[in-house]
Design a protein around this ligand. Sequence first.
Ligand SMILES: NC(=O)c1ccc[n+]([C@@H]2O[C@H](COP(=O)([O-])OP(=O)(O)OC[C@H]3O[C@@H](n4cnc5c(N)ncnc54)[C@H](OP(=O)(O)O)[C@@H]3O)[C@@H](O)[C@H]2O)c1
Length: 353
Amino acid sequence: MSRPAPAFLPRYSPSETRYDTMEYRRCGRSGLKLPAISLGLWHNFGGDTPHELKRALCRSAFDHGITHFDLANNYGPPPGSAETAFGDILATDFAGLRDELIISSKAGYKMWDGPYNEWGSRKYLIASCDASLKRMGLDYVDIFYSHRFDPETPLEETMGALDHIVRSGRALYAGISSYNAERTREAVAILRDMGTPCLIHQPSYNILNRWVERDGLLDTLDEVGVGSIAFTPLAQGMLTGKYLKGVPEGSRATQGKSLLPEFLTAENIKRLNGLNDIAQARGQTLAQMAIAWVLRGGRVTTALIGASKVSQIEDCVGAVANTDFTSDELAAIDALAVDDNMINLWSMSSEDV
Ligand SMILES: NC(=O)c1ccc[n+]([C@@H]2O[C@H](COP(=O)([O-])OP(=O)(O)OC[C@H]3O[C@@H](n4cnc5c(N)ncnc54)[C@H](OP(=O)(O)O)[C@@H]3O)[C@@H](O)[C@H]2O)c1
């Protein structure tokens, strides 16, 4: 699917007001603050998207105080191309801004041929981190993650690789993604013993996917002092105004990617309309309410959104203006929000014990 690219963009100078409205939240018990909203480059940053659109999305995010950009080795398509594109943006639009940016990458999913191409071995994680740095033209990333729990590799080896990546200066902080509460506790303890605290956990979490509550992960993170970055806070776009009347052409659900059209049943669309009514009564768009809901109460450090249009980023950052909910609003949301494990495509990692 081709998307119109903005006309050639002039030279970038970041907005002078970029730090005026965004909230910055401490990540667990660390010294690092993250913006309440972060931008992920999973979709819309591969070879199927015009480069000028990628530049426009990154510029808009930064202009609105989004200092954190989240990547992974395999983001594309093809895998690696999102990091290459972001490296280009770092060298052009974001040149001179490195100290204002938090850049993360991850390894865990299939990246190249052969037996050392995925999961959590030291061999794969360190090689992958080096390749990510090269693609982005960076000396270091701010956060490097184990992208998923590996049931076959000793956790000591995976955490040892993260410790090495931090000690060798390739990353400033270590993180884990889609680990369940029990494995998180173990991983955090191993890292702590090695002298490299776990900064952050990256789980999927949104109104329709509440495994982190069921599993006790959010309680565990509070207890061990680790921050969290909730990915797919919009359920890949379902929790926006986009699907209220069905599935529009060009949306992610029509692209044969990760948002399966079968998630958008008539019953789910009815629920989305109910949620939209609650959002409107709060004076928010559905996307803004969905992000605010993830951020409510301060347990989640930052909501990790994706975007295919600059206007979506402009809408989403408005969520920060109101992240408080009355108990009646929360109850009304709960009544419509059936926790749907089907949309949690990452449950294999957190269910592995
Ligand atoms: N750790 C992991 O295993 C993992 C897994 C998945 C994702 N992630 C991270 O999480 C990031 C976000 O994932 P995601 O893109 O699925 O998140 P999302 O924020 O739930 O969905 C983003 C999509 O929602 C739509 N959208 C966003 N804002 C909108 C608005 N204001 N109005 C209407 N539609 C809007 C767009 O869909 P359209 O494209 O249809 O316009 C956009 O592409 C990824 O980029 C990645 O960094 C991590």
